[in-house]
Design a protein around this ligand. Structure first.
Ligand SMILES: [Zn+2]
Length: 561
């Protein structure tokens, strides 16, 4: 029987995969995080993942419950590293990189050195990172950046959007040019002048009289509200100066308006003060009185000078008493930073004196409280406790500072990395070459001109030479500009100059809030009228955005390198 020649492929047996001893690492830092991301959840997720990988054998889990990612003396973390060194742990699986730690430098060491040195496979599920993948080497740095960026975004975005919205609302308020209470405008443009509006003027006089007789601002406010005297917004509506129908309904007075806008306003003795405020950092600030421009006897007075002075005297004394009384007040670390999210006015700090325990401080908006009380009927309306505010601001600042410090050291590290150092050397060499080319083009241009002067070159030849050398010179200048930008991108300058980072580094070790850190790092705090919510806008928003940009940009560059 003829042998049939047949193609006899060598049977390649599917080699049974080398099984790798795999461990899960789970960590959670605090109770707050617990609900969303418990260690059990992390381990369940990783177990499911491992089940889909035929070459991984689950040997166990390390779990650090209640340990911050910034510490590396976590018990199970130490066990894990020991397991890696002894060869027992061949593969580590985490839910995401931040489980390993929040110190990105330390985690980088682990990723780049320890895992590599001991040939340990590392998988971060949510980062789609598996060190056994072919492009893993390239992806190492980028996942570090990704985690950092994600971490920052998740912490910050919500708040910034909310505060931007709030400030738009404030800007959107109709800012009519309304006359002071008790006056109306007559005439237009430069001829416009203030004339007395009798009804309003009567109210103004009444207030001055009451205060001069020793009634307090509080008593005056109550009296106005009891008698349903039109407050400024109702008054303007009644006069047809405000078209918003919500002001058709009577709204209560608040003490600040009575004190600041009526009793302390020298418009009522006939003086017109201009330039009382200035816009700084996009906000209105009240300037000291010496800087105002005052036009005396500009219009008819409602109150005589003597009564006005008496009232000022009484107000000053009351304020002095308040300050003295306040000697044992705690320092107001949030002074000038807390505002109402509804009306935009400064929120007031109040004190509840208590005999046996420490006094309690709260914040609330006097203006909105008056309205709320009126709308809801009498009753206790919440105030925002100082203690809670301090906790929230502390956490915000700690997070901001930690994030910035992380970004700063990561950027430093990347900028000193081989890729960047090599790039820098390359661009510096390039710069020297371009500078020489520039000098040369200019030399040639001037010698062509001299040659032309001495008739060595005729006009046509000179024009030709000039065109060429000028275009050489322009090309060198453009290339130098580009080179400068490239050098900036791989230098340390914009990191060192970043004011957000500088400020955060200055307060790196802060452990309690004080006036200094709040003044430097908090821009604005807003509480809602019902005091249920708070939003915080931190300072150096641009500097922080710049840092984020640098992190993404350099992360991308490091990845390319
Ligand atoms: Zn308010």
């Amino acid at each position: 029987m003829a042998r049939k020649s047949r193609w006899n492929p060598q049977v390649i047996e599917q080699p049974s995969p080398v099984l790798i001893d795999t461990w899960i690492y789970g960590r959670i830092s605090s109770d707050q995080e617990k609900n969303a991301d418990s260690v059990d959840n992390q381990i369940a997720l990783a177990t499911e993942y491992i089940a889909t990988k035929p070459d991984l054998v689950l040997r166990g889990a390390f779990r650090d419950d209640g340990y911050s990612g910034t510490r590396f003396d976590r018990p199970d973390y130490i066990k894990m590293v020991a397991g890696i060194v002894s060869g027992e742990v061949r593969c580590v699986v985490v839910k995401d990189l931040s489980r390993l730690g929040r110190d990105y430098i330390e985690v980088g060491e682990l990723l780049f050195k320890t895992f590599v040195q001991y040939d340990v496979r590392f998988i971060s599920i949510n980062d789609y990172y598996d060190s056994a993948d072919e492009d893993a080497r390239r992806k190492r740095l980028i996942i570090l950046f990704k985690n950092l960026v994600n971490h920052m975004y998740s912490r910050n975005t919500g708040k910034q959007v909310r505060s931007a919205y709030a400030s738009k609302q404030r800007r959107g308020e109709p800012i009519g040019n309304k006359p002071p209470y008790g006056y109306v405008y007559e005439g237009k443009g430069a001829a416009r002048k203030l004339v007395i509006e009798p009804q309003g003027a009567e109210i103004v006089r009444l207030m001055f009289n009451m205060r001069a007789e020793g009634k307090s601002i509080h008593e005056i406010t109550c009296c106005m509200n009891r008698n349903k005297i039109p407050s400024p917004c109702n008054h303007y509506y009644n006069l047809g100066l405000s078209k918003n129908d919500k002001y058709a309904v009577w709204r209560p007075w608040d003490g600040t308006t009575i004190r600041r806008e009526i009793l302390q306003n020298e418009v009522y003795i006939g003086n017109l003060a201009l330039g009382k405020t200035e816009v700084r950092d996009g906000k209105n600030h009240r300037k000291p009185r010496e800087e105002w421009i005052i036009h005396p006897n500009n219009h008819p007075a409602i109150v005589d000078r003597a009564s006005f002075d008496t009232v000022q005297q009484l107000l000053a004394e009351a304020s002095e008493r308040y300050k003295k009384h306040g000697n044992h007040f705690e320092e107001n670390i949030f002074a000038g930073k807390v505002f109402c999210s509804c009306c935009g006015r400064a929120a007031v700090r109040s004190i509840q004196r208590r005999k046996t325990v420490a006094d309690k401080f709260d914040y609330y908006c006097t203006n909105c409280h008056a309205e709320l009380r009126h709308a809801l009927g009498k009753g206790k309306i919440a105030r925002f406790p100082l203690e809670a505010m301090e906790k929230i601001i502390y956490t915000e600042l700690r997070t901001r500072i930690d994030t910035c410090l992380d970004m700063g050291s990561l950027l430093d590290q990347v900028s000193r990395s081989e890729t960047f150092t090599a790039n820098r050397t390359m661009f510096l060499t390039e710069r020297r070459r371009l500078e020489q080319a520039l000098v040369q083009a200019e030399d040639l241009l001037s010698s062509a001109y001299i040659d032309h002067l001495f008739d060595v070159l005729d006009t046509r030849e000179f024009e030709l030479a000039r065109t060429k050398f000028e275009s050489d010179r322009n090309a060198a200048e453009a290339a130098l500009e580009h080179n400068r930008q490239e050098l900036d991108r791989c230098g340390l300058d914009d990191i060192r100059k970043n004011e957000c980072l500088m400020a955060c580094r200055r307060f790196a070790d802060f452990d309690r809030l004080d006036r200094g850190i709040v003044a430097a790092l908090v821009k604005r705090i807003e509480i809602t009228p019902m005091c249920r919510e708070i939003s915080v806008e931190l300072a150096f928003r641009d500097g922080f955005a710049e840092l984020e940009r640098l992190v993404s940009e350099r992360g991308a560059m490091a990845n390319v390198g």
